[in-house]
Ligand binder design. Structure first.
Ligand code: FES
Length: 122
């Protein structure tokens, strides 16, 4: 099975094996990786924004909805994807979780804010 390596802005690295066809968000949620999902994974926010460092060409192709939604994200780069839309194939992938995304995750999990290592915004 292909591996997915998540690197978050706090320096936490999580490497897991996952079945092809699953979304990066599903895989993250299954392994307690801090990837935001404010809309519940239906391409209606940008809180699952990641930068794909390796294996991007093997992920499912970006569709128009994802492209439109990414336009509203912060710090969009060539390798930006939405974790709920990008699906794994049979290649290993490495993704960096954006600050936007981990912030959203902490907002969704106020009971875990004590774990936060990022400097407070502002
Ligand atoms: S979780 Fe909202 S767009 Fe991915």
């Amino acid at each position: 099975m292909p591996k997915v390596r998540f690197i978050d802005p706090e320096g936490t690295v999580t490497e897991v094996e996952a079945e092809p066809g699953r979304s990066l968000l599903d895989i993250a949620e299954e392994h307690d990786v801090k990837l935001g999902s404010a809309c519940g994974g239906v391409c209606a926010c940008s809180s699952c924004h990641v930068w794909v460092r390796k294996g991007g060409e093997s992920l499912s192709e970006m569709e128009e909805d994802e492209e439109d939604r990414l336009d509203m994200a912060f710090d969009v780069r060539q390798n930006s994807r939405l974790g709920c839309q990008a699906r794994l194939d049979d290649e290993d992938v490495e993704v960096e979780i954006t600050e936007e995304s981990i912030e959203a995750w902490y907002n969704e999990h106020p009971e875990r804010r004590h774990e936060r290592k990022l400097p407070r915004p502002g």
